[in-house]
Ligand binder design. Sequence first.
Ligand code: CA
Length: 502
Amino acid sequence: MGFDPIAAPTTPVSDTREPVFVHEGQLAEAARRVAARGRRPNVLVVVFDDVGWGDFGCYGGGVAFGAPTPNLDRLARRGLLLTSCYSEPSCTPSRATLLTGRLPIRHGLQRPPMYGERGGLEGEVTLAHLLAEAGYVTQAVGKWHLGENLASQPQHVGFDDFYGFLSVSDMYTEWRDPYFFPEIVYSDARTEWVKNMPFNRCFVHATRGGEPEQVEEVDIPALSLLDEKWASYSIDFIRGRAGRDEPWFLYHGTRGAHFDNYPHERFLGASPAKHPYKDTLLELDDIVGRLVAALEETGQLEDTLIFVTSDNGPHMENWPDAAFTPFRCAKGSTWEGGVRVPGIVAWPGTIDGERVSDGLFHFSDLLPTVLTLAGAADKVPTDRFVDGVDQTSFLLAPDGLSNRKYQYYWLLADLSALRVGEYKFVLVSTSDDDTDVAGPGGFTGVTQRYTYARLYNLYLDPKEQHSYLTRKLAYNEAFLHGIRHHLGTVMQFPGKKVMGLE
Ligand code: CA
């Protein structure tokens, strides 16, 4: 009899951890593979911005939609392609969850800070902190967007070095572009007013514990070169680590393909679609190809765990600077289109190639999983609740199953939904139109709370249009049990609110 995530019970880990599925056989095989490497792995995390679940060829997009992604497709074939990899609904909550192993209701970054708003990652324990303590060299490159205040900057939350910008692409350029903001561009007073907002208009370089140094002001021509410069910095980092003893953690956040896209000259009009968003996908694909090539050329590929993902679904309010998800709604929402993201995990020689899994993997899972691989599982914080599940055996064992039972969806401070297996139980959502699921984006709607909840079968109904609840009441208690347990942990370990709505 096969394993069934709805019927199977979980095993407690501790009061401050999410319960897990324990699959004995795969645990042993994963442990054998880790031991066989004889060296703690380097970790390369590449986070794209606002790229949809379906944009890459290996997820059904690619050449079919005017933007071939051969490097990403090849990497997916060399590893594990996750079809149920979950982010949070927007940039900052997702990135904070990826680096802390905690949900936004706990770390408090429920929405992105914009134009220098105060507040960020300060006070959280990050994967970079813990890996540095375990002897890793830690490098962040590219987009940060986890707070501009000094204590929230990368070099103060665990990274040895940072080269990138502190916020998000559109904030540097939208008010400089006469097509989007003529009323600012053609008004000296308003331009001056924007320039006086408390955000850093430059991209920066910083080293552990220090102040950031300005590298260059990010105007539109400068922005078009950022991903190229950041890729070169990361490639130099990888080359510089070759032959060294300490393992490393490189967190590389791209500028693309967040609106507005101004592709590098080399990629301008290079996609069959000839659209800036699609040209940018070609550039992102090329960057991944070059990062992997640098690992290969320096003999580090088999010593490196690679995770490539996107921080949320497509941003449909800015279509066509957004593209493909086969799921309902978009960035900003807890419909699948907002939070189901691409997830490619590769570690040639240790993770088998040609694997595809629909097992649940949430961004919070990265922290405990990587710490296990780094031989530092005992460093997972115990003074706060950590939502992440150790997925080592899921990722490493052939045909490994997910160790996570529940996917929790939070919409700001509301518990929105719960997924187990193919079923999703929805309490609260962002409104869109049930008959036009490709339509509005996730930031445009209102919060709607269902009288009796809704239940969707994501295999039969991936666009979440047909509530199945009254036909499937046998599942009701299973979901309510999961919800009660989860909300109990939030009551017991109250989170922070750093960035939310009043
Ligand atoms: Ca984003």
